[in-house]
Design a protein around this ligand. Structure first.
Ligand code: NA7
Length: 550
């Protein structure tokens, strides 16, 4: 695509990258401060995750009423969620409603990608360049780029030679993909693969699921919301929001939607007979009902056996059931997947599981996929192969801080920052739900609002105190990184047998480091607030340098 080159440098107060939930709310708040702001968005619409991930079955795993903005009481009252866990089109509609309601679109540059972000010490500002020729100088730069927004396409030999339709779940076209009556391959059994499997199986003539690692997935409690449910929620929003903000994962447990606080009972305390009874009574959910499953490997192994028993109860073919059962990593290592009818789908005559551990890929061919046992022919190949999580989008933007130091260099051995919000050497650059914050371990909307509010208060404080620059000290950053690592140690998230995108383990060559903050949403909020109460403890606040004549 030819790009227009604009010579002049635009002068603004702030640039926000990304028009998902974080970018939209950030823009709204910065307007409130009177800052001249632009949002740069790669897509041609708003919604971020909910703009890109249009695959069949895409659905939020948090209760819709809780996965919503709290900043405007009228917005809360006028929007009606139709299901307990909203499907992608409904969340995308909600994001569009927010954009229109607060008149946000006029400050968003759509279909535009950031190509470089450079700190200019003399100007005390960031220069942001885009693929459409924009050059913007702004004092503040806010990355609202999301945690799961840099898609990974697997490195399989011959991947471009397939003559049918190839599609990634995270780049599903708005006009959809014709799957009716087609022979479909699905690669990947994380959340995206698990959610799309039952939906594709319903319409495809045949679905072949290629699995490298089986997944722990729990049945969703989704159901339509009644008028009574909605009325109850609307009468109680305020209390629900308070509970969310001080909770562990940003969820208040509306309609029993999630475990509000960790369980306390121990699985190992239960005699065998009672374990059986609990399994009969609660099914898969039993494996998430006991405290020691998250902390004691012995309990975790017992829970895994119970999980395997449940898979055997649902999946009729014993070999398929065995292949679908995780065995070599603990429950609680990866993000819990929530599904609707995943395992039972493998009982359909038009669905086949290929276990890549027994039958590895050899190549993608013109007609389909060849494994070590033969060639399968397809009309469509769907890649549900995940993301370069948490750091991918940030590192792809070519960010250079003080003295031209690339963020990629600073983070070569894993992300380092203070409070997940700012990194030393990168003044006035904020990351919303960055690594080192609860982010993906929480209800994202709650964590997004907390970060946006914190940043807004910070910029307002700088203005009120005649300051122009904020940057964390190296000491504050080091001690935060150490704290993030310490709280993750000893959890199932960092067990030696655990390989997750939280650890960067899904990206070849990425340093193994647990990226989100396990300490909990409430605890984290308190820590951020304490930093503010102590006059931005751990940060250096400064005034802009005089511009030097060239
Ligand atoms: P995930 O959870 O990272 O899942 C990606 C899946 O793709 C996973 O099963 C991978 O297997 C598989 N994969 C990746 N590369 C390959 C290759 N080369 N061959 C075979 N299989 C492969 O991404 P999702 O999009 O499903 O979910 C991400 C988050 O979005 C999710 O946690 C929710 O928070 C929403 P592996 O496990 O690496 O063996």
């Amino acid at each position: 695509m030819a790009t227009a080159v604009k010579n002049e440098i635009e002068q603004l107060d702030a640039v926000i990258v990304g028009a998902g939930a974080a970018g939209l709310y950030m823009l709204h708040r910065l307007r409130g401060l009177g800052l001249k702001t632009t949002v740069i968005e790669a897509g041609d619409g708003v919604g971020g995750t909910w703009y890109w991930n249009r695959y069949p079955g895409a659905r939020c795993d948090v209760t819709s009423v809780e996965y919503s903005f709290s900043f405007d009481k009228q917005l809360e009252q006028e929007w009606n969620w139709s299901e307990m866990m909203a499907p992608q089109p409904e969340i995308e509609r909600y994001m569009n409603h927010v954009a229109d309601r607060f008149d946000l679109r006029r400050d968003i540059r759509f279909s535009t990608r950031v190509t470089a972000v450079n700190w200019d010490d003399r100007a005390t500002a960031w220069t942001v360049a885009t693929d459409r020729g924009d050059r913007i100088e702004a004092r503040y730069c806010i990355m609202a780029t999301g945690c799961l927004s840099s898609p990974l396409k697997p490195d399989i030999k011959g991947i471009d030679s397939f003559t049918g339709v190839s599609v990634q779940t995270s780049m599903w076209p708005r006009e959809g993909i014709e799957l009716e009556g087609k022979r479909v391959a699905l690669i990947g059994t994380g959340s995206s693969g698990v959610q799309s499997t039952p939906e594709i199986a319903k319409v495809a003539s045949h679905l072949t699921v290629f699995q490298r690692t089986p997944t722990y997935t729990w049945p969703s409690m989704n159901r339509p919301l009644t008028a009574e449910d909605i009325a109850k929620v609307k009468a109680n929003y305020e209390k629900m929001r308070q509970t969310q903000r001080s909770s562990r994962v940003g969820i208040a447990g509306s309609f029993g939607g999630a475990l509000l606080e960790p369980p306390t009972a121990k699985l190992l305390d239960l005699p065998e007979e009672e374990r059986r009874q609990k399994l009969d009574e609660h099914g898969f959910a039993v494996t998430r009902m006991f405290a020691d499953v998250a902390t004691d490997m012995e309990a975790n192994i017992v829970a895994r056996e119970m999980y395997a028993e449940m898979v055997r109860r649902v999946v009729t073919d014993p070999a398929t059931a065995a292949a679908l059962t995780p065995s070599d990593y603990p429950i609680g290592c990866k993000r819990a997947v929530v599904d609707q009818d995943y395992f039972v789908t493998f009982n359909r005559p038009n669905v086949k599981l290929v276990d890549l551990r027994n039958e590895p890929f050899e190549e993608v061919t013109e007609k389909g996929i060849r494994t070590s046992t033969g060639e399968y022919e397809f009309d469509v190949i769907v890649y549900a192969t995940g993301f370069d999580a948490m750091t991918g989008a940030l590192l792809n933007m070519n960010i250079k801080g003080r003295e031209g130091r690339p963020l990629a260099e600073k983070w070569a051995a894993g992300p380092r920052n203070y409070l997940g919000l700012m990194a030393e050497g990168f003044p006035n650059l904020f990351t919303i739900t960055g690594p080192g914050s609860p982010s993906v371990l929480s209800n994202m909307l709650v964590s997004i609002e907390q970060h946006v509010d914190w940043i807004t208060e910070c910029l307002s404080y700088l203005g009120a105190n005649g300051k122009d620059v904020i940057e964390p000290t190296l000491e504050a950053e080091d001690s935060w990184v150490e704290h993030v690592n310490t709280v993750a140690d000893g959890t199932m998230y960092t067990a030696p047998s655990c390989n997750s995108w939280y650890l960067g383990a899904n990206v070849p060559g990425k340093t193994r480091q647990f990226m989100p903050y396990v300490g909990g949403v409430g605890v984290y909020r308190q820590k951020c607030d304490e930093v503010v109460a102590k006059g931005y403890d751990g940060f250096v606040l400064d005034t802009a340098k005089e511009a030097v004549a060239v």
